[in-house]
Design a protein around this ligand. Structure first.
Ligand SMILES: [Fe+2]
Ligand SMILES: [Fe+2]
Length: 299
Protein backbone atom coordinates (compact mmCIF):
# COMPACT_ATOMS: atom_id res chain seq x y z
CA UNK A 1 0.00 0.00 0.00
CA UNK A 2 1.39 3.40 -0.94
CA UNK A 3 1.38 6.42 1.35
CA UNK A 4 -0.49 9.10 -0.63
CA UNK A 5 0.83 11.83 1.65
CA UNK A 6 4.39 11.21 0.48
CA UNK A 7 3.37 12.26 -3.03
CA UNK A 8 2.08 15.71 -2.02
CA UNK A 9 4.47 18.38 -3.34
CA UNK A 10 5.43 21.12 -0.86
CA UNK A 11 5.02 23.93 -3.40
CA UNK A 12 2.83 24.24 -6.52
CA UNK A 13 5.68 24.78 -8.95
CA UNK A 14 8.25 22.40 -7.54
CA UNK A 15 10.41 25.20 -6.14
CA UNK A 16 12.25 24.63 -2.88
CA UNK A 17 10.46 25.54 0.35
CA UNK A 18 11.72 28.91 1.57
CA UNK A 19 13.35 28.95 4.97
CA UNK A 20 14.36 32.15 6.75
CA UNK A 21 18.04 32.79 7.33
CA UNK A 22 17.14 34.64 10.53
CA UNK A 23 14.05 34.66 12.70
CA UNK A 24 13.64 37.50 15.21
CA UNK A 25 11.02 38.20 17.86
CA UNK A 26 10.27 41.93 17.93
CA UNK A 27 8.62 43.08 21.13
CA UNK A 28 8.00 46.68 22.13
CA UNK A 29 6.53 49.03 24.71
CA UNK A 30 6.25 46.55 27.57
CA UNK A 31 5.83 49.55 29.95
CA UNK A 32 6.61 47.58 33.08
CA UNK A 33 5.49 49.49 36.15
CA UNK A 34 6.57 49.37 39.77
CA UNK A 35 5.26 46.32 41.62
CA UNK A 36 1.64 46.90 42.65
CA UNK A 37 1.06 49.68 40.08
CA UNK A 38 -1.16 49.00 37.06
CA UNK A 39 -0.11 50.54 33.74
CA UNK A 40 -2.59 53.33 32.96
CA UNK A 41 -4.38 52.25 36.12
CA UNK A 42 -5.87 49.13 34.56
CA UNK A 43 -3.24 46.96 32.84
CA UNK A 44 -0.99 44.33 34.44
CA UNK A 45 2.11 44.90 32.28
CA UNK A 46 4.04 42.09 33.98
CA UNK A 47 1.29 39.65 33.02
CA UNK A 48 1.41 40.91 29.44
CA UNK A 49 5.17 40.39 29.35
CA UNK A 50 4.78 36.90 30.81
CA UNK A 51 2.28 36.08 28.06
CA UNK A 52 4.68 37.29 25.38
CA UNK A 53 7.59 35.35 26.89
CA UNK A 54 5.34 32.28 27.16
CA UNK A 55 4.54 32.45 23.45
CA UNK A 56 8.25 32.52 22.60
CA UNK A 57 9.00 29.73 25.08
CA UNK A 58 6.25 27.61 23.53
CA UNK A 59 7.70 28.11 20.05
CA UNK A 60 11.21 27.20 21.20
CA UNK A 61 9.91 24.11 22.98
CA UNK A 62 8.12 23.13 19.74
CA UNK A 63 11.42 23.29 17.85
CA UNK A 64 10.97 26.66 16.16
CA UNK A 65 14.32 28.32 15.56
CA UNK A 66 14.54 31.88 16.89
CA UNK A 67 17.79 33.81 16.69
CA UNK A 68 17.19 36.81 18.94
CA UNK A 69 14.63 38.94 20.73
CA UNK A 70 14.50 42.67 20.05
CA UNK A 71 12.78 44.94 22.58
CA UNK A 72 12.40 48.37 21.01
CA UNK A 73 11.94 50.69 23.97
CA UNK A 74 9.46 51.92 26.56
CA UNK A 75 10.58 48.79 28.33
CA UNK A 76 9.48 50.33 31.62
CA UNK A 77 6.84 52.99 32.23
CA UNK A 78 8.84 55.14 34.66
CA UNK A 79 12.38 53.72 34.72
CA UNK A 80 11.98 51.60 37.86
CA UNK A 81 15.30 49.65 38.26
CA UNK A 82 13.47 46.58 39.54
CA UNK A 83 11.24 46.60 36.45
CA UNK A 84 14.37 46.36 34.27
CA UNK A 85 15.57 43.43 36.34
CA UNK A 86 12.21 41.66 35.96
CA UNK A 87 12.33 42.28 32.23
CA UNK A 88 15.88 40.96 32.01
CA UNK A 89 14.82 37.80 33.84
CA UNK A 90 11.62 37.25 31.84
CA UNK A 91 13.31 37.55 28.45
CA UNK A 92 16.80 36.40 29.51
CA UNK A 93 15.34 33.07 30.66
CA UNK A 94 14.50 32.28 27.02
CA UNK A 95 18.21 31.63 26.45
CA UNK A 96 18.33 33.88 23.37
CA UNK A 97 20.31 37.06 22.71
CA UNK A 98 18.10 39.99 23.79
CA UNK A 99 18.66 43.39 22.18
CA UNK A 100 17.36 46.41 24.09
CA UNK A 101 16.53 49.90 22.81
CA UNK A 102 15.77 52.98 24.90
CA UNK A 103 12.27 54.54 24.73
CA UNK A 104 10.94 57.87 25.94
CA UNK A 105 9.41 56.25 29.04
CA UNK A 106 12.72 54.65 29.97
CA UNK A 107 15.40 56.28 32.06
CA UNK A 108 18.43 55.99 29.80
CA UNK A 109 21.07 55.75 32.52
CA UNK A 110 19.10 53.17 34.49
CA UNK A 111 18.47 51.08 31.38
CA UNK A 112 22.16 51.28 30.46
CA UNK A 113 23.14 50.14 33.95
CA UNK A 114 20.55 47.39 34.34
CA UNK A 115 20.45 45.93 30.82
CA UNK A 116 23.64 46.95 29.01
CA UNK A 117 26.07 46.96 31.94
CA UNK A 118 27.23 50.47 30.96
CA UNK A 119 27.23 53.85 32.61
CA UNK A 120 26.89 56.12 29.55
CA UNK A 121 24.67 59.15 30.00
CA UNK A 122 24.58 59.92 26.25
CA UNK A 123 22.93 57.85 23.49
CA UNK A 124 24.79 54.63 22.70
CA UNK A 125 24.96 53.23 19.16
CA UNK A 126 24.77 49.47 19.71
CA UNK A 127 26.00 47.08 17.03
CA UNK A 128 25.06 43.40 17.35
CA UNK A 129 25.86 40.49 15.02
CA UNK A 130 23.60 37.49 14.61
CA UNK A 131 25.61 35.36 12.21
CA UNK A 132 26.05 37.52 9.12
CA UNK A 133 23.20 39.86 10.08
CA UNK A 134 24.06 43.20 11.68
CA UNK A 135 21.58 44.82 14.03
CA UNK A 136 22.26 48.48 14.78
CA UNK A 137 20.32 50.06 17.65
CA UNK A 138 19.81 53.82 17.83
CA UNK A 139 18.67 55.94 20.77
CA UNK A 140 15.99 58.42 19.62
CA UNK A 141 15.13 59.68 23.09
CA UNK A 142 15.62 63.06 24.73
CA UNK A 143 15.65 62.79 28.55
CA UNK A 144 12.47 64.21 30.08
CA UNK A 145 10.65 64.43 26.74
CA UNK A 146 8.19 62.22 24.89
CA UNK A 147 9.11 63.30 21.38
CA UNK A 148 12.15 61.89 19.61
CA UNK A 149 15.31 63.25 18.05
CA UNK A 150 18.31 61.65 16.37
CA UNK A 151 21.35 63.76 17.24
CA UNK A 152 23.79 64.67 14.47
CA UNK A 153 26.74 62.86 16.09
CA UNK A 154 24.59 59.74 16.61
CA UNK A 155 23.61 59.74 12.93
CA UNK A 156 27.25 60.30 11.98
CA UNK A 157 28.20 57.21 14.00
CA UNK A 158 25.46 55.28 12.17
CA UNK A 159 26.89 56.45 8.86
CA UNK A 160 30.39 55.33 9.86
CA UNK A 161 29.08 51.90 10.84
CA UNK A 162 27.05 51.45 7.65
CA UNK A 163 30.02 52.39 5.47
CA UNK A 164 31.06 48.73 5.68
CA UNK A 165 28.28 46.33 4.61
CA UNK A 166 27.47 43.16 6.55
CA UNK A 167 27.28 39.74 4.88
CA UNK A 168 23.52 39.37 5.42
CA UNK A 169 22.65 43.06 5.56
CA UNK A 170 21.55 45.27 8.42
CA UNK A 171 18.44 45.82 10.50
CA UNK A 172 18.18 49.21 12.23
CA UNK A 173 16.21 49.47 15.48
CA UNK A 174 14.96 52.63 17.20
CA UNK A 175 12.06 53.48 19.49
CA UNK A 176 10.31 56.40 17.78
CA UNK A 177 8.77 55.03 14.59
CA UNK A 178 9.93 56.98 11.51
CA UNK A 179 6.41 56.99 10.03
CA UNK A 180 3.43 59.36 10.18
CA UNK A 181 1.64 58.92 13.53
CA UNK A 182 -1.72 57.14 14.04
CA UNK A 183 -3.18 59.47 16.72
CA UNK A 184 -3.03 63.07 18.01
CA UNK A 185 -0.86 62.36 21.06
CA UNK A 186 1.56 60.43 18.90
CA UNK A 187 1.61 63.33 16.42
CA UNK A 188 2.89 65.47 19.26
CA UNK A 189 5.26 62.87 20.72
CA UNK A 190 6.70 62.04 17.31
CA UNK A 191 10.18 61.64 15.95
CA UNK A 192 11.03 65.13 14.70
CA UNK A 193 10.54 65.43 10.97
CA UNK A 194 14.16 66.50 10.42
CA UNK A 195 15.37 63.39 12.25
CA UNK A 196 13.11 61.18 10.14
CA UNK A 197 14.53 62.77 6.99
CA UNK A 198 18.10 62.40 8.24
CA UNK A 199 17.53 58.73 9.05
CA UNK A 200 16.00 58.23 5.61
CA UNK A 201 19.14 59.70 4.04
CA UNK A 202 21.48 57.73 6.34
CA UNK A 203 20.01 54.34 5.39
CA UNK A 204 19.50 55.08 1.69
CA UNK A 205 21.81 53.13 -0.61
CA UNK A 206 23.28 51.08 2.24
CA UNK A 207 22.78 47.44 3.21
CA UNK A 208 19.91 48.36 5.58
CA UNK A 209 17.04 46.07 4.62
CA UNK A 210 14.56 46.84 7.38
CA UNK A 211 13.92 49.38 10.14
CA UNK A 212 12.20 48.14 13.31
CA UNK A 213 10.53 50.53 15.76
CA UNK A 214 7.87 50.89 18.44
CA UNK A 215 6.24 53.84 20.26
CA UNK A 216 2.99 53.85 18.26
CA UNK A 217 1.46 51.04 20.37
CA UNK A 218 0.11 49.65 17.12
CA UNK A 219 1.58 47.11 14.71
CA UNK A 220 1.97 48.93 11.40
CA UNK A 221 4.28 49.14 8.45
CA UNK A 222 5.44 51.70 5.94
CA UNK A 223 8.41 52.89 3.98
CA UNK A 224 11.28 55.23 4.66
CA UNK A 225 11.73 56.00 0.96
CA UNK A 226 13.06 52.62 -0.29
CA UNK A 227 13.58 50.99 3.12
CA UNK A 228 10.67 49.14 4.77
CA UNK A 229 9.69 50.03 8.34
CA UNK A 230 7.91 47.54 10.63
CA UNK A 231 6.48 48.84 13.89
CA UNK A 232 5.71 46.36 16.67
CA UNK A 233 2.63 47.04 18.77
CA UNK A 234 2.87 47.32 22.53
CA UNK A 235 2.82 44.15 24.60
CA UNK A 236 0.18 45.75 26.82
CA UNK A 237 -1.90 48.40 25.07
CA UNK A 238 -3.14 49.28 21.59
CA UNK A 239 -3.81 52.65 20.01
CA UNK A 240 -7.08 52.80 18.09
CA UNK A 241 -6.29 54.54 14.77
CA UNK A 242 -10.03 54.71 14.00
CA UNK A 243 -10.94 56.68 17.15
CA UNK A 244 -12.94 59.88 16.48
CA UNK A 245 -10.68 62.56 15.05
CA UNK A 246 -8.85 64.54 17.72
CA UNK A 247 -9.38 61.93 20.42
CA UNK A 248 -7.04 59.33 21.83
CA UNK A 249 -8.52 55.89 22.45
CA UNK A 250 -6.61 52.81 23.57
CA UNK A 251 -7.52 49.28 24.53
CA UNK A 252 -5.77 46.74 26.74
CA UNK A 253 -4.30 44.45 24.10
CA UNK A 254 -0.92 43.01 23.28
CA UNK A 255 1.04 41.78 20.29
CA UNK A 256 4.52 40.96 19.14
CA UNK A 257 6.02 40.76 15.68
CA UNK A 258 7.76 37.76 14.18
CA UNK A 259 10.40 39.05 11.74
CA UNK A 260 11.68 36.52 9.24
CA UNK A 261 14.55 37.40 6.95
CA UNK A 262 15.03 35.41 3.77
CA UNK A 263 17.87 35.39 1.28
CA UNK A 264 16.00 37.82 -0.95
CA UNK A 265 13.40 39.48 1.26
CA UNK A 266 11.57 39.38 4.55
CA UNK A 267 8.16 38.84 6.13
CA UNK A 268 6.75 40.35 9.32
CA UNK A 269 3.89 38.57 11.07
CA UNK A 270 1.86 40.20 13.84
CA UNK A 271 1.00 37.83 16.67
CA UNK A 272 -1.70 39.22 18.97
CA UNK A 273 -2.38 38.03 22.51
CA UNK A 274 -5.31 40.28 23.35
CA UNK A 275 -7.29 37.65 25.25
CA UNK A 276 -4.64 37.50 27.98
CA UNK A 277 -5.35 41.15 28.81
CA UNK A 278 -9.14 41.18 28.74
CA UNK A 279 -9.14 43.56 25.76
CA UNK A 280 -11.12 46.27 27.56
CA UNK A 281 -10.76 49.98 26.96
CA UNK A 282 -7.68 51.43 28.65
CA UNK A 283 -8.53 55.11 28.18
CA UNK A 284 -10.36 57.44 25.83
CA UNK A 285 -9.36 61.10 25.88
CA UNK A 286 -11.52 63.66 24.12
CA UNK A 287 -9.93 66.66 22.40
CA UNK A 288 -9.66 68.61 25.68
CA UNK A 289 -8.11 65.63 27.47
CA UNK A 290 -5.64 65.11 24.65
CA UNK A 291 -4.68 68.80 24.71
CA UNK A 292 -4.26 68.62 28.50
CA UNK A 293 -1.70 65.81 28.20
CA UNK A 294 0.33 67.85 25.72
CA UNK A 295 0.00 70.98 27.89
CA UNK A 296 1.30 69.07 30.93
CA UNK A 297 4.28 68.02 28.85
CA UNK A 298 4.94 71.64 27.87
CA UNK A 299 4.85 72.83 31.50
FE1 LIG B 1 5.15 53.30 24.69
FE1 LIG C 1 7.27 55.71 23.41
Amino acid sequence: MTDDRAAVPPTPDGSAVERPTHRLIHLSDTHLTEIGVKYNGVIDADAALATAAGLVRGALDAGVTIDAVIASGDLTDTGDPDAYRRLSTALGDLGLPVIWAVGNHDVRVTLHEQLLGRSDTEPVLQVHRIGGLRIVVLDSTVPGRGDGVLAADHLAALGDELATPADDGTVVVLHHAPLPAPSPLLEYFALHRASRAALRDAVADTDVRLVLAGHHHLARSGMLRQVPVAVAGSAAIRTDPLAPRGTERTVAAGSLNLVELFADGHAVSVIPFDEALGAGQAFHLDQAGTDAVIRRHLA
